[in-house]
Write a protein that binds this ligand. Sequence first.
Ligand code: IMP
Length: 429
Amino acid sequence: MPVVVVVGAQWGDEGKGKVVDLFTESADAVVRFGGGANAGHTLVIDGAQLVTHLIPSGVLHPGTRCILGDGMVIDPRTLLDEIASCKQRGLLAGDELMVSERAHVILPYHRTLEGLREERQFAIGTTRRGIGPAYEAKAGRRGVRMRDLLRPERLRTLIEQNLDELGPVIAHYGGQPPDRAARDQMVEDGTRAGEALAPFMTDTGRYLHQAITAGQNVLLEGAQGALLDIDHGTYPFVTSSSTVAGGAAQGSGIGPTRIDRVIGISKAYVTRVGGGPFPTELGEVEAAALRKAGSEFGATTGRPRRCGWLDVPALRLAGRINGLDGLALTKLDVLSGQQQVAMCTHYRLDGELLDELPTDPVDIQRVEPVLEHFPGWTEELRAARSLDDLPQAARTYVRAIEAAVGIPLFLISIGPERRHTIELRTAFD
Ligand code: IMP
């Protein structure tokens, strides 16, 4: 079972970092295949926290290749800072890190433009990391790729071309288009970053092909979640990349036939940051309790996350579009102390019962969740190592989720540390 994909099955922040870290124990390489520093993976080892935004969550395993794949959009400054903080902790001490020379570069004007649009045009509630404008440039065939940082003249031409086009747009939204000095600075900063990152840049897709052919285990690590996918999510309140398993092949440069298994990560409830529809969202008082228990604040932006009950129709959609073979259920421990827990099994819309998230954004706003309630539990769960160790009420809830979604559980996470885990099946076998 050499190639496994792990994807978020909700609106991001499902606890993928911990699950990827656990699965990486059996992996020779771990690959981020999309997105950029909009992601934030909180890793906890022996009580110490490390938050990564670009480097895959497998970074805690010395010797395992950490690959930033073709489909990513990379802010070189953020990457260099992240490499430095990993090295300070003794990580990435060998030749683990590889960066695709095809990945696209986020430049300062991408962030400027995004901020202006959020304020003056249409607020999606983005992370303001320049993700959307960088993918626009890529689709518009005027993007700057990592390999262009190694060629200063080409970099200058590309930056000039882009700014000739975007300067008036920035001005249109009331911003200050970068002047000559700012343009020169971008070329200089980009060139310096290119020199620093050159040792890591390579044709990562080709490397992965060879690794897979040699029988190595490869983990493809998704960012964000299925419902933020550019094609299948709650458009337009989505990110600008493919966050689903189909995007894993595309964004890492391997063929889809090489993927053996796809595992989706879901919290035992739901959170969402940024705007957009959220059918099972709780009122502020109940949400505040869950937010506090689960420390639900964005790892990238620090924003409070919106909270709600588990949304099975949304999970069914995630299961279908990802072809999920298994589910990892995270943060079950956060529900300890709730008098009752609830799960949305269906939606009601105009008198009809729906078993999946509808496609029309207005319909998603209008659906009423049909909730099934379960007795809560008060016990702390972190010591459990098997399903039988869980209180009866927690076990009933978990089994009900598995039955309602129709996808087998591979793992249940009951706390932030590696040991706070109930493993039911192995990812690589
Ligand atoms: P962008 O990806 O910064 O363009 O933001 C688009 C939407 O995706 C916003 O609602 C963000 O809050 C959300 N988003 C982007 N990355 C993440 C993530 O890693 N976790 C949760 N939400 C995210």
